[in-house]
Design a protein around this ligand. Structure first.
Ligand SMILES: C[S@@+](CC[C@H](N)C(=O)[O-])C[C@H]1O[C@@H](n2cnc3c(N)ncnc32)[C@H](O)[C@@H]1O
Length: 271
């Protein structure tokens, strides 16, 4: 069975036309609120695994002095380049193809006031190396803003069986575009809608209001979840302990946690 065929970038390309002013403003708010800043004036910002490029664009709009976006997937790079063109090709915004696991590439980028990597590090196949490499990019006094899939624990303290279940689903999804499009996607979408109905939520309103989730689209996020592989996860404690032991000069400045299979958001500040 083939393990890795999912292109995040192709999924982002389908999302690109939906990026309007409202989504950009929501993305801006998602950056400033979690960072606890009014804007990014004068700050350098690196967007690791930039995907569509929406958050790089938000950083530019928030006044960042330098924005560097990169992604391993050439289609994501195309999306981000497209947004950069749409914004009038700002000279202080660079877009590259590269990997957070490639230390040579990273060493050429410099260091940043804000290192942002949302929903990326757990898809690299070497999550802890990705955490270490990305954290290295933070300047003294800078911010490290990441989001990583939560590890759900079973009663015995081990990772819950649900993670193995999703790994299997993701492998099947990636092994056959036909099964993905005609079986898994409809199945997952109907399960999601049924869950909303069971919670007495109106699915139409929920999907219409989904853009309040960081300016994202429901369909893009659902496909991203089903196909996104490699897939790793960690408890808040594991991430906190790892970062603090590798980078004793980092302190946790903000945190948003989930009890489900979603993402935990972390903001560390370097002394
Ligand atoms: C779930 S998307 C998140 C996109 C974006 N950060 C956001 O918040 O919308 C994950 C992105 O990470 C990228 N990615 C995966 N492995 C990577 C790596 N080793 N280096 C850089 N980017 C990577 C994928 O191509 C994809 O665009």
């Amino acid at each position: 069975m083939q393990d890795k065929t999912f292109s995040f970038g192709r999924n982002w390309q389908r999302f690109l036309t939906a990026i309007d002013e409202e989504r950009i403003r929501t993305a801006e708010a998602s950056l400033t609120e979690f960072l606890g800043l009014d804007d990014l004036h004068g700050k350098s910002f690196v967007d690791i695994g930039c995907g569509s490029g929406l958050f790089s664009l938000a950083a530019v709009r928030l006044g960042a002095a330098r924005v560097v976006s990169f992604d391993i997937d050439p289609f994501s790079v195309e999306c981000c380049t497209h947004l950069r063109n749409r914004e009038g090709d700002p000279q202080h915004w660079d877009v590259h193809q590269g990997s957070v696991l490639d230390e040579d590439f990273l060493s050429r980028l410099g260091r940043f006031d804000i290192t942002y990597s949302w929903g990326v590090l757990h898809h690299t196949g070497r999550m802890w190396d990705a955490v270490r490499n990305s954290a290295e990019l933070v300047v003294p006094g800078g911010y490290y803003y990441i989001a990583v899939y939560n590890k759900i624990l079973s009663r015995n303290g081990e990772a819950s069986w649900i993670h193995d279940f999703w790994i299997r689903v993701k492998k099947i999804y990636n092994s056959s575009p036909t099964i993905a499009a005609y079986v898994l996607e409809p199945l997952a979408m109907s399960a999601y809608v049924s869950m909303l109905i069971a919670k007495l939520e109106n699915p139409v309103t929920h999907i219409r209001n989904y853009k309040s989730h960081r300016g994202m689209s429901w369909k893009t996020d659902a496909t991203d979840w089903l196909g996104g592989y490699p897939y790793e996860f960690a408890t808040v404690e594991e991430v906190f302990t790892f970062v603090r032991s590798e980078f004793p000069d980092f302190t946790l400045a903000n945190l948003k946690v989930t009890s489900g299979r979603g993402l935990n958001w972390y903001l560390f500040r370097r002394a």
